[in-house]
Ligand binder design. Structure first.
Ligand code: ATP
Ligand code: MG
Length: 311
């Protein structure tokens, strides 16, 4: 639903977005991760047609983002900027009605739709609140409701959980997950990594304007991890298991963690891991559990950016 081809936007010498190739599948959530100044907002603005690229292409549901296609693009996208503008003199209702009118929804349909979007974002009770009286969390929810008014297929949310307290972040995550269930394709940015891991189908890591990797959290972890870290739980005999493991090719650093658990590093391929289990079982090591440590996003990110800085 979203695709870019070698997208470039330069601000001076080193800042901007460079050779960005991004792909977001239909009805999925794509987490766009990177530290402050990495180029997330710039990329998002390029996708929405708010910035013009120096070179490269961006496509929204097959339509190229070009000035002549902007009307069609706007219909497809719900864009929530990192800062939701303040409309002091309006109530929540008036604010949403204003957007509905801007998208030319007929009044009757508009009313129904506003009720729906307020319901989706758990904001029905705020309908008559003044925009100025809203807390940060409330404002964020109304900002999301606004992006939904014209029922776009694609949602592009720039830091939707920015500045929210932990409970409000969880609620925002749940709402986003629900929107995916409603069939929306969602691109969201964040500089907080663990937050994205739980709801995203795919993650792209951007650093200094370059998209360093993209894939599922697991895939990215696997790309990065040169050695597998494996945990084994046995019913008894950790010492026997340790001696046994140390004889297997590619197994290193066998560590006994406690009475039933061991950990080791395996430099072989993933396909060879099952061979280790077989070997252990055949030799009467009472294996109860065998698992590969999943790389967590935080470590993956640190590893990837360190590599980039060294290169
Ligand atoms: N209009 C502009 N003029 C000059 N430089 C800009 C402009 N917009 C962005 N930049 C620079 O481009 C880089 C990327 O900025 P961008 O806002 O895309 O980062 P970001 O990943 O969204 O960061 P944050 O997490 O802080 O929102 C930064 O170095 C920024 O200073
Ligand atoms: Mg930003």
């Amino acid at each position: 639903m979203i695709r870019t081809e070698k997208l470039n936007k330069r601000f001076g010498k080193e800042r901007g977005v460079f050779e960005l190739n991004m792909e977001v599948d239909k009805s999925s959530i794509y987490g766009f991760v990177g530290p402050n100044g990495a180029g997330k907002t710039t990329t998002i603005k390029l996708l929405c047609g708010l910035l013009k690229p120096d070179s490269g292409k961006a496509f929204i549901d097959g339509i190229q983002v070009l000035p002549k296609n902007i009307a069609a693009i706007k219909k497809k996208i719900g864009y929530m900027p990192d800062i939701t503008g303040v409309y002091d003199q309006m109530s929540v209702w008036e604010f949403l009605d204003f957007y509905g009118a801007a998208f030319k929804l007929p009044p009757k349909k508009r009313k129904k739709r506003i009720m729906e979007v307020l319901e989706i974002t758990n904001s029905s009770h705020m309908i008559d609140y003044q925009m100025t009286s809203l807390s940060r969390g409330m404002r964020q929810r109304i900002g999301l409701a606004k992006t939904l008014v014209h029922d776009p297929a694609i949602l592009i949310l720039d830091e939707p959980a920015g500045g929210l307290d932990p409970n409000a972040r969880i609620e925002m995550r749940q709402t986003i997950a629900r929107l995916k269930e409603l069939g929306k394709t969602i691109l969201l940015s964040s500089h907080i990594l663990p937050e994205l891991a739980s709801i995203c189908d795919k993650v792209g890591i951007i650093y200094k304007g370059k998209l360093l990797v993209q894939g599922t959290v697991k895939e990215i972890g696997q790309q990065l991890q040169e050695n597998l870290v494996v945990n084994v739980t046995v019913d008894s005999g950790t010492e026997y298991a340790k001696q046994f493991l140390e004889r297997i090719d590619g197994v290193e650093n066998v560590t006994i963690l406690d009475q039933s658990q061991l950990k080791f590093i395996f430099s072989g391929t993933r396909n060879e891991v099952s061979g280790i289990v077989k070997c252990l079982v055949r030799n009467d090591v009472p294996v109860r559990w065998f698992s590969e440590n999943e790389a967590d996003l935080e470590n993956v990110f640190m590893g990837i950016t360190k590599k980039e800085d060294q290169s």
